[in-house]
Design a protein around this ligand. Structure first.
Ligand code: IPE
Ligand code: IPE
Ligand code: MG
Length: 247
């Protein structure tokens, strides 16, 4: 490793290592606009978006942030032109196949959240394979929200709980936050401390509605494919300037 790359991998000195978010969530928005700005088809933006996610993952690992959750495909995204939807689903599959070995080498534990059963069977297969293969890894927890919708997640948790009540396995007064969370896709994962949204949109677009209740929100006009280490540093710096309140 060169001195320069070592310097890049070290936590920037203006960040306090003891006050880093323990879980960062990202709404990776702006791929289409990025491509259009270059005069390219939107799908090339998605392709570049994968590189930006890889860079962010590496950066979290280098800087000691143990969990990253990225929004890759929302339940609403099915409404996009068919070719774009197909491109995205194929891209996820290709990336999973291509990156599995490196994820192992980097000790990444990958998990997918969302309504996975509605995804193409071949993609479901790659997802299962990657989750199983990396289940014991402890370097960093990467969660990818695919065919994910926060409202749907809450509804399916309600359904599961209602079934348990109807079956007489649970009393309504036993339903508390801890129990409810066990029925979310993200069961066992801490809540994100920091939500980053790129490309300037001031909304959460049905992402982690329950889990983001107290997250600090950072929105940058930078489009996702341009989101890099320098941008992430800025987001973390802004995060550390905030006074977090849980009351
Ligand atoms: C985000 O980029 C990626 C996905 C939703 C899959 P967009 O495709 O939403 O890009 P913009 O917002 O149209 O620029
Ligand atoms: C949110 O981006 C979903 C993902 C990044 C996967 P969108 O571009 O789909 O969200 P809206 O349409 O701006 O709300
Ligand atoms: Mg968008």
């Amino acid at each position: 490793m060169t001195a320069q790359s070592q310097e890049l991998r070290a936590l920037p000195p203006d960040l306090d290592p003891n006050r880093l978010p323990q879980h960062v969530a990202a709404i990776m928005d702006g791929n289409g606009r990025w491509a259009q700005q270059q005069g390219w088809p939107r799908i090339l933006g998605h392709q570049r978006g994968v590189d930006a996610l890889k860079e962010l993952l590496r950066c979290c690992k280098d800087w000691g942030i143990p969990a990253l959750t990225a929004y890759a495909f929302s339940t609403e995204n099915w409404g996009r032109p068919l070719e774009e939807v197909e491109f995205l689903l194929t891209l996820f599959e290709r990336v999973l196949r291509r990156e599995l070995q490196e994820m192992q080498a980097e000790d990444v534990k990958i998990r997918f959240v969302g309504n996975l059963t509605a995804l193409p069977a071949s993609l479901q297969g790659e997802i299962k394979r990657a989750m199983l293969a990396t289940a014991q890894n402890q370097g960093i927890a990467l969660t990818v929200a695919t065919n994910y919708g926060g409202r749907q997640e809450i509804l399916q948790a309600c359904r599961e709980i209602a079934l348990a009540v109807a079956a007489g396995e649970l009393r309504p007064e036993e339903i508390d936050e801890a129990l409810f969370e066990q029925h979310l896709y993200t069961a066992g994962l801490s809540h994100p401390d920091l939500l980053i949204r790129t490309s300037g949109e001031l909304r959460i677009s049905n992402f982690l509605l329950w889990q983001l209740a107290y997250a600090e929100i950072y929105v940058t006009p930078t489009l996702w494919p341009d989101f890099n280490r320098v941008q992430f540093h800025k987001a973390l710096f802004a995060y550390q300037q905030r006074e977090r309140r849980f009351w």
